[in-house]
Design a protein around this ligand. Structure first.
Ligand SMILES: [Ca+2]
Length: 511
């Protein structure tokens, strides 16, 4: 046996390939005592092959804890029993036949993550909101017997929980007429990969939503080790705490679905910085209780995906993600076109839809540091003038107030303490919780760099262009609205410090 694994080891060194799905050999399975398969009665078997190991990303593969310890439970809630649980046990068919489960309704499974329980506030909140928006069967998957530290054991347990969930869905299909296409699994953290393991064994599973899918032990691993687009007809993911190891964060950078959203670049979520609001935790204890404060303290970024998804269930403001090669380009407003068929502007959350594009594309968006988290994006462009004898570059802060036809005004910071090179065109992405619609005018305020109130030179702006979200529903289908503004007064394009200068649209004004 030892010789066999030594051969594997040598081959592993010789077959280093970039694509994890093509990786044939990793570390040998002798670490698991040489056993490479375990079977669980009706659930089927799990294998550990060398490709389940990686020297950097997955050094260990434990076997799951015994089924009796993990003790997976399926907790049903419907509009008839929104708060009083009905336990569904396939070994006791009467518990299903006599429950309020109706296979004709769409079914949502909620799967919690590491160090979490079915009883947490977010699980209850999601259950209620899912029942509010439609007549669903909501089934909370309780695997609290298997989600405790050490993390490596919990990751192993997810495989067995995946088997249990797959078996249960297939049981419902065979015994109640449930259509797997009507099943949507919503998993947080390790729960996302449980959804993947289940989907792998359920033909035609409808949808998986991954809320910050766990990164450590899954990052850069083959598709059968982690959630991937083949695990359901539609897989969507929200990444909020991306990292390759537990020390850096709990989430996963790699795209895992047909569409992957990265709010705020998928990390360092606004409002999660401990220093930004020193009393934030006290606030949360006062308003949300100790449980929520504890969750925020341990993993504010990791849990933000849940918060964002929950807010999408309110249906008030659609989060629009924009497809872009990277976050910097997105922030600079370089990706602000929805594509010919709207495929590059996609709604994140419960209303996410397949794009028709190949998987692996990243969609970026900005979100707020508090509720409402949803922000409206605008692309603002200033075309700087070329002063004849004046300075070629000036440094300062540009604040822009956008005005709508119905008298609304929205003030945003275009840039702070930044250098403006005359003759160039400068573009940034603006965001705001308020939707200004299609602005009809823009007012510019030019102020000195912080701490340098004297000697600020004039700024020359010839034109201002704004690409607004306009009507978001329209926007998701076609390109964004565009507006161009030129100086309103005869003073032209010279903006003196601390003096508000208005730009308006006119027939002859175009960028
Ligand atoms: Ca998979």
């Amino acid at each position: 046996m030892a010789l066999k694994w030594m051969v594997f080891c040598v081959l592993a060194a010789a077959s280093a390939v970039e694509d994890p799905d093509n990786r044939k050999f990793g570390l040998p399975t002798w670490i698991t005592g040489g056993v490479d398969e375990r079977c669980y009665d009706e659930l089927g078997c799990l294998q550990v092959t060398p490709s389940w190991y990686h020297a950097l990303y997955r050094q260990w593969n434990y076997w799951p804890l015994p089924r009796i310890l993990i003790n997976v439970k399926f907790r049903l809630f419907t509009r008839k029993n929104p708060t009083l649980v009905q336990l569904m046990k396939w070994k006791e068919p009467a518990t299903i036949a006599e429950s309020n489960f109706d296979s004709a309704r769409p079914t949502k499974f909620i799967v919690h993550g590491f160090i979490d329980t079915y009883n947490n506030k977010w699980v209850k909140s999601m259950t209620q909101k899912l029942l509010d928006i439609a007549d669903h069967n909501v089934v909370v998957v309780d695997w609290s017997g298997g989600c405790l530290p050490p993390y490596v054991q919990a990751t192993a347990n997810t495989r067995l929980v995946g088997l249990e969930l797959a078996y249960f869905i297939n049981y419902l299909k065979n015994n109640t007429g449930l259509n797997p296409g009507d099943v949507h699994i919503i998993g947080h953290s390790l729960g996302s990969h449980i959804a993947g393991y289940a989907g792998e064994r359920v033909t035609g599973l409808g949808r998986i939503t991954a809320l910050d899918p766990a990164g450590p032990y899954f990052h850069n691993m083959p598709s059968y080790v982690r959630l991937d687009p083949t695990d359901a007809q539609f897989v969507d993911a929200i990444h909020t705490d991306v990292a390759a190891n537990v020390m850096m964060g709990y989430g996963m950078d790699d795209p895992v679905g047909h569409i992957d959203f990265y709010p705020n670049n998928g990390k360092n979520q606004p409002g999660c910085e401990a220093l930004e609001r020193p009393l934030a935790l006290v606030d949360i204890v006062m308003t949300e209780g100790f449980e929520e404060a504890g969750r925020v303290m341990v993993s504010c970024n990791h849990n933000r995906a849940i918060t964002l998804f929950l807010e999408s269930l309110n249906g008030t403001c659609p989060y629009i993600g924009i497809r872009c090669p990277n976050y910097n380009d997105f922030k600079e407003g370089l990706c602000f076109d929805c594509g010919a068929n709207g495929e590059d502007c996609q709604e994140m959350g419960i209303n996410a839809q397949p794009t028709g594009l190949p998987p692996g594309e990243k969609y970026y968006l900005l979100t707020n540091k508090q509720t409402p988290y949803c922000l409206h994006h605008m692309k603002a462009t200033v075309k700087l003038g070329s002063p004849s004898g004046g300075p070629q570059s000036v440094k300062g802060t540009l604040t822009m107030t956008l005005k709508s036809a119905d008298g609304k005004a929205l003030t945003t910071q275009f840039s702070k303490d930044e250098k403006f090179n005359h003759g160039e065109t400068k573009t940034v992405l603006l965001s705001s919780p308020d939707d200004i619609g299609n602005p009809v005018a823009a007012e510019i305020l030019w102020t000195a760099k912080t701490g340098q109130v004297l000697n600020l030179k004039n700024l020359e702006v010839d034109k201002v262009a704004l690409d607004g979200e306009g009507n978001v529903l329209t926007r998701a289908k076609k390109a964004v609205s565009k507006n161009t503004f030129c100086p309103a007064s005869s003073e032209g394009s010279v903006i003196a410090p601390n003096k508000k200068t208005e730009y308006v649209s006119s027939a002859s004004c175009s960028l």
